[in-house]
Write a protein that binds this ligand. Structure first.
Ligand SMILES: Nc1ncnc2c1ncn2[C@@H]1O[C@H](COP(=O)(O)OP(=O)(O)OP(=O)(O)O)[C@@H](O)[C@H]1O
Length: 377
């Protein structure tokens, strides 16, 4: 495969006229950083938010110009509207393709994805609490309860869903544009990890993160799905806040370990979703207690119960506690998550119960309120 030259891409884009027919996309400074991964080229074009629909042909023209280059297998081109001058909230990026039919509207007031019932985020205030392991097993628990489920790995800095589901290879495209999700254990999955090599250092700028996320949401053949579980990046910084605002979420699940510090971080996670008016469906306590693989004995090594107590204090549902057990780690790391590999075992039952509570919370109307726009200074 011919390697793709950034200059060649810019040359192509320099031949595409600007939004008003004057100048060109490059000399007008409308092209973001260009990210090239294998045969995939990603960039965004900055436009006036009010004209985003009218400028869809411009986006298509730019994508076609780059796609025609040797070695380019697919493109991810999105119209973004950047805030100018400091006042007001940034307008949301435009989906690369308008929805085919009127999609459901989410808690956040943003249009959902046609054919996808509810989108829920699994988040944690800090890294390493087992968020991805929990997200995967919750997704499988929802599927075991009879739902059609997808899993979107939004942790683009450290995607772990391919490893956790034992998936490798690249997703195919349906029509040169829409990606077919990968499938494992009866659920659909999409991750940046499928699109880039695991060892590739990734340097992302805000607009690129949004482009990647938007494509994984809107340019993947997810439908039909009852629930799309989004594994969020850990933490509660601006990136997560923006992401939480961009995804049309019905609700969020916070994963915490029992330690005090993790709980403080979990509180930050809660505050973050409240800020963008996404309902918190509840807290899961992971590594809640230790089950000895030898004697089966249980020890509460991290003063278990902290998350339940905290959930009660904060008036948030407590969704369940998952033990710290070697078999959960081993199955996760081997790409055979416990809910799929030991469906009749006690851990699968714990995750299925958590999934049931989540389904009830969604059915109970979580997600009815529209979100206010947020301002990130
Ligand atoms: N309940 C559990 N029992 C035993 N090991 C667990 C449990 N939950 C997660 N782990 C292990 O802990 C490690 C971290 O888990 P995971 O990658 O899911 O965390 P994370 O919060 O998503 O991390 P990151 O913030 O790095 O994305 C993994 O090796 C995983 O197998």
């Amino acid at each position: 495969m011919a390697s793709i030259d950034r200059e060649a891409i810019l040359a192509r884009l320099a031949a595409v006229p600007g939004p008003d027919g004057n100048g060109d996309l490059v000399s007008l400074g409308l092209i973001s950083d260009i990210v090239i991964h294998g045969g995939k080229v990603m960039f965004s074009i900055t436009v006036d938010a009010a004209r985003a629909d009218a400028l869809e042909p411009l986006r298509e023209q730019a994508a076609a110009a780059v796609k025609a280059l040797p070695g380019v297998e697919s493109t991810l081109v999105i119209l973004t509207a950047e805030r100018k001058g400091g006042a007001g909230a940034p307008p949301p990026p435009r989906p690369a393709r308008p929805a085919a039919s009127a999609p459901p509207t989410s808690a956040s007031g943003k249009p959902g994805i046609p054919g996808v019932g509810a989108i829920i985020a699994v988040a944690s205030g800090k890294g390493g609490v087992g968020k991805s392991t929990t997200a995967v097993n919750i997704a499988l628990g929802l599927a075991a309860n009879g739902l059609k489920v997808g899993l979107l790995d939004a942790d683009i800095y450290g995607p772990s869903v391919p490893r956790l589901l034992g998936l490798s290879g690249k997703p195919e495209t349906q029509d040169g544009r829409t990606l077919k999700p990968m499938e494992a254990f009866g659920i659909k999955a999409m991750s940046m990890g499928f699109l880039v090599e695991e060892e590739t250092p990734m340097i992302w700028r805000g607009p690129m993160v949004m482009s990647a996320l938007t494509q994984m949401l809107r340019e993947v053949a997810w439908a039909p799905l009852d629930v799309l579980v989004v594994d969020m990046p850990p933490g509660t910084g601006d990136a997560q806040l923006t992401m939480a605002q961009q995804v049309p979420l019905a609700g969020a699940v916070i994963v915490s370990t029992p330690q005090d510090l993790a709980l403080i971080d979990a509180r930050k996670g809660l505050a973050m979703f409240r800020k963008v008016d996404v309902p918190v469906l509840g807290i899961v306590e992971n590594m809640s207690y230790f089950l000895c693989p030898h004697c089966g004995g249980r020890s509460d090594i991290f003063s278990h119960g902290g998350a339940r107590h905290e959930a009660e204090r904060l008036g948030v549902p407590f969704l369940g506690e998952v033990p710290l057990d070697l078999v959960i780690r081993e199955t996760s790391d081997a790409g055979r998550p416990i809910v799929a590999s030991a469906p009749d075992g006690p851990h699968a039952a714990v995750y299925r119960d958590i999934a049931t509570r989540i389904s009830m919370a969604i059915a109970g109307g979580a997600g009815a309120k529209p979100a206010p726009r947020i301002i990130i200074e």
